[in-house]
Structures are given as C-alpha cells and as structure tokens.
Design a protein around this ligand. Structure first.
Ligand code: NAG
Ligand code: NAG
Length: 335
C-alpha cells in the first residue's frame, strides 16, 4: 500500500519533471539563445523585408499580438484556423482589422527551416510586434520569450474579451483591462498603439451619423474632422480604411495623443480618455511633447513596460500547450 502510494506519487515526478514545479517557468529574455540562437534575427530580417514591401502591415501586425493576448492569454490562438464545427477567434466580429496572417506564416516557415519545432507561434507574435514598432521608428525592447502555443481557439471568446472601439474607456477598463491585471495607465498607453494603422468605417461611423441614436455627430468630435471623415465613410460603408493617426499612421510616435487632445480621436474608446482626469493628463502631456516635436521618452518607456506586461498575460510555459509546427493548426495528436 505504502509502496503503491509512493510509486504512484513518484512516477509522474520522474516522467514529467516539469510538472513537479509548483509554478510553470516564467518567460525570459533570450529563451532561444541555445535552442535557436538566430531566432530573433530571423524574425527581424523577415519582418524588415516584408514591411519594406508592405508598410501598411505594421499596424495590423502590432494589433495581432494585442488580440492574441486579450483572448485567453498570449498563446497564439488568434492564428488558429477554424475546424469543422468549431469556428476560431479569426471568425469573430472584432477580426475586421486583422491582417497579416500570411506574414506570420512566412516568418514561421523560416524558423522551421532553421530550427524545426522550437519557436512558438505565440512568441513569434510578440517578437513581430516589437520589430514592427522598431521598424516604424518606435522604441526597442527585449522581449521575454518561452511562450507555448495553446491548443484551441474559440470564436465567442474573442467577442467577450476584446475591448470594442465603441465602448467608453472606463467601461473598457473595468470590463477588459482590470480583470487581466492591466490598469488605467496600461490602457491609455496601449491605446497609443493606434499611432499605427487604419480602421474600417464601421468601427466609428455611428459617431459621424447617428451618435447615441441622435442622428447627429458625436459633439465631442472636432467639426472639421467630422466633415473629413464623412467624405471617406458614407453611411454603411464596409470597405474604406481610415488612418487612425492621420498624417503619421506609418510612424510610431506620440502624435495619436495630439489628435485625441483635439477632438480627433477615431473611436469612442479613444475619445473618452479625455473624461478621466488621470488619462486626460496623460493624453495632454504626450500631446504637448508631440506638438513640440520632442522625443516621446515617457510614452516610449511606458509603452515598452505595458507591452511586456501584456505579453505576460496568461502565458503557457514549460510543458503546457505545445510548439505548433504550423501556426494555423494544432499539431497532429501523437499516440
Ligand atoms: C472574420 O470573421 C468573419 C465572420 O465574422 C469571417 O467571415 C471572416 O472570414 C473572418 N476573417 C478572417 C481573416 O478570418
Ligand atoms: C440611429 O440609432 C438608433 C439607436 O441606436 C436607431 O434606432 C436608429 O435606427 C438609427 N438611425 C439611423 C438612421 O440609422
């Protein structure tokens, strides 16, 4: 009896040493240093090559890491294709602005050539996010790695976990950020990522034509900006793309805050940062740095800190999950 108890207890210890640890290992900078020494160089070179051909992918590639992390943790589940009977996160409404899946596949293919089965898709997303920010003249940071890939992706989880552009910032904060360990500062800082990229009209057109059912524009919006947006977005438009940081949507800088400060925020969630004293102060401070053409040292440092914090959300490490061979599908079951 004692023997069996001991044996039953020891066997898993011997076979699966990683399960012994009370806590799975944490992410660390340079996780692939020995297993795939050129991993980060391969990612950077491939992304640099792609962005030089298609600069407009920078915003979507940054956003993909964000979407991945908010839905069930940074586990690469955003990349999984649907399987019969189980629509994946990709199929969910908030996917509208997501592009760049092919880019991730290209990067993954290069890594598989160099070090088969070593670098996770979740880590690729985190490294790519860093690289597009750097390539568009934003800050550089060391990306902690060692994430493993999740085994499932569920459409409805995307709907319930991603802050929608039409909620106000307070509601987004309490409903989507705080439960994940992010705070008001992380929210105002991460929204600064809207300095890159474009949005579909549907994410904000009610602010132009029918704000809160009034059939009038959102009074918080600058009037001339409303006219400009209306000329780009006819009611019901589903195809046009509008720059989120007009004038510098391909440069990672603090100018997004200038637009927010002047009633030119595209989304309700951006606009309403002006209603809370803390986030308003933050916006105004960065706006004045941007207006003066200064180096946004505070925003860059904060952005790096919030990205690392976000990149740690509910990660799988150690023996959890797997390293996918192809980012679009979980590995075949091996018996
Ligand atoms: C986004 O979701 C819609 C359905 O909501 C789906 O038809 C479309 O294929 C999805 N886009 C991608 C890139 O998967
Ligand atoms: C405006 O919004 C209200 C409430 O959201 C809706 O009932 C109404 O049909 C909308 N009007 C138009 C013209 O879209």
């Amino acid at each position: 009896m004692v023997y069996r108890l001991l044996f039953g207890f020891l066997l898993p210890l011997v076979l699966q040493p990683s399960l012994v640890l009370c806590n799975p290992p944490e992410l660390k900078v340079g996780f692939y240093q020995y297993t795939c020494p050129y991993a980060e160089v391969i990612v950077r070179d491939e992304i640099a090559r792609i962005i030089s051909h298609v600069p407009s992918l920078a915003g979507p590639l940054l956003r993909m890491h964000f979407h991945d992390c908010f839905v069930n943790g940074c586990d690469g589940s955003i990349l999984l294709d649907s399987i019969p009977g189980l629509p994946s996160e990709k199929e969910s409404e908030p996917n509208l602005s997501l592009r760049g899946f092919g880019t991730i596949d290209l990067v993954k293919a290069k890594l598989e050539q160099a070090c088969p089965g070593v670098v996770s898709c979740a880590d690729i997303l985190a490294l790519v996010a860093r690289d597009v920010v750097l390539l568009t003249h934003g800050p550089y940071w060391n990306v902690p790695t060692g994430r493993r890939d999740g085994l499932r992706s569920v459409k409805d989880e995307a709907l319930n976990n991603l802050p929608p552009p039409f909620f106000d910032a307070t509601r987004n904060l309490n409903q989507f950020f705080v439960p994940k360990g992010l705070d008001a500062k992380d929210q105002v800082v991460l929204l600064g990522g809207h300095t890159l990229g474009t949005s579909h009209c549907s994410s904000f057109s009610d602010r132009l034509y029918n704000f809160s059912g009034t059939q009038m524009p959102d009074p918080a919006l600058d009037r001339r900006y409303v006219l400009r947006l209306k000329s780009k977005c006819r009611p019901g438009d589903t195809t046009a793309l509008v720059e989120m940081d007009p004038g510098s949507f391909r440069t990672f800088d603090a100018s997004y805050y200038r637009h927010v400060a002047r009633g030119r925020a595209l989304f309700t969630s951006d606009e309403t940062l002006m209603l809370d004293p803390f986030t308003r102060d933050y916006v105004l401070r960065q706006a004045s740095v941007a207006a003066a053409g200064g180096y946004p040292a505070e925003f860059f440092a904060d952005f790096v800190a919030s990205m690392v914090k976000m990149g740690n959300m509910q990660v799988l490490t150690g023996a959890q999950g797997e390293v996918r061979r192809r980012c679009g599908a979980v590995n075949q079951m091996r018996m």
